[in-house]
Design a protein around this ligand. Sequence first.
Ligand code: N01
Length: 533
Amino acid sequence: MPHVPRLDAVVIGAGFAGLYALHRLRDRVGLDVRVLEAGHGVGGTWYWNRYPGARCDAESLFYSYSFDEDLQAEWTWTERYASQPEILAYAEHVAERFDLYRDITFGTRVESAHFDDSAQLWRVTTDGGEQYEARYLVTAVGCLSAPQTPDLPGSEDFGGTVLHTSRWPEEGVDLDGKRVVVVGTGSTGIQIVPEVARRAAHTTVLQRTANYAVPSRNHRYAEGEFDELRADYPQLRRAARENAGGLPYPPAPDTAEGLDEQQRRAELDERWRMGGLAFLASFGDALVNHTTNDVMADYVRERVRETVEDPETAELLCPDDHPLGSKRICVESGYHAAFNRDDVSLVSVRERPVERFTSTGIVAGGAEHPADVVVMATGFDAITGPYLRMDLRGRDGVRLADRWEEGPQTYLGVATAGFPNLFMLTGPGSPSVLGNVLLSIEQHVEWVADYIAHLEAQGVRTTEPQEAAEREWTAHVAEVAGYTVYPEGGSWYMGANIPGKPRSFMPYAGGMHLYRQQCDDIAAKGYPGFAHA
Ligand code: N01
């Protein structure tokens, strides 16, 4: 019989959530923890997404851990928006600094986790056949970690290279002088296109949906600039925690309604000048009032037409079928301007889709596009995908895929009924991706670790949500989303990018600050809504 390690907790994933969960559960709560990670290093999304141009669209100042004063005092970011290599280096630094590596097993993908009712344990099996037993299962699997590639006929005949952006090889890809086709114009496509255009002989961009993209205004920090910003950390971190998106941009008018054209423009010009996601916060009701939303959308379209020289291309790049922000807004550095190059072409695949590969290219928009490299910037089976691609089974062998057949159901986005001692970090029904995800991660890890410490102190063996509490929370998540424009975008937030996936707005849109209050309130009251045994 192979030896099966018995642990207090198995954590799946060594991204920012998994790293902090390991630190908190091991070093604060005192548990014996093992992290199982599919990649060969820490960093999660920043380990996998190595494509040219990959960087964070939240400012480095906010997209970093706040839990340790010395860490934040000593780490220096070099750019306003950190690039993938810099964020990866930060994750590695954190893993070293808190001595995390010794409890992480790399190159190990969890294939299944089954709850054993009689032993009251999770039995975890990996792709290498190893097994683990643990009292707690903590999923730090990320929201955007299950890549989605369209299933196109003819791929076996294609003589070139096909790559999904989130599986970009560590050694890079030689794009110099190549004919490159990029499929997809979400945040990833919008980041990679200018980089590809700089190197390729010809770049063809296949666009199904034009997305709202605002300029990043990224820059390298000048000498001493970051030190000055960092000096404000106590206040900035407080402000982030009190903010709906965890990104405390300067205060904005409540609405564009009732303002005259000049006042609206002044606000939008200022936000455009600031760059980045601050634009989404130009008016307080941007995501709940169509009048405001239309004003902002018109402004973005106007700026696209100003930037892109060819009027037909400019029109194609103007988003026109969803409210601004209902699909994740993109942050660009030279995306629109790239279409002013002679060697970059835009092809709409809205009416005539991407059909198939040939031996020399790809057929899309009714024509064949010769290609040496096809880049699939086609996104992810978001939020629930990473869960449902594993074989997760709770009490009585019930499969999570069956429980969530009509969409995810959770209590606080942290736990799901029938799956005892399973804690999801940034799970469906939590704010997760709707803002500064690192702050979401910290809040989740701290809340879960405190709860586990409570369970340990009380001698509780298992906890799971009561079905009524879960129903109520799931209905609340849908109700809050219903007040916003979010459900109107055919987005990955809604599961709309995956054929056959149930449509429901998966993140909690009520704001990170209010979510935090609700979680704290539940903890203060002794965790109502959970059943302890
Ligand atoms: O994925 P997406 P992503 N034929 O799903 C198109 C985060 N992120 O990797 O919109 C043709 O947004 C699809 O078209 P449509 C961020 O949260 C952050 O870009 O479905 N096209 C769409 O254009 C982001 O939102 C950062 O009509 C097809 C694109 O592929 C999330 O990750 C950077 C197609 C997919 O866009 C996901 O972004 C990068 C097909 N068969 C990502 N299938 C930063 O921090 C799909 N598409 C900056």
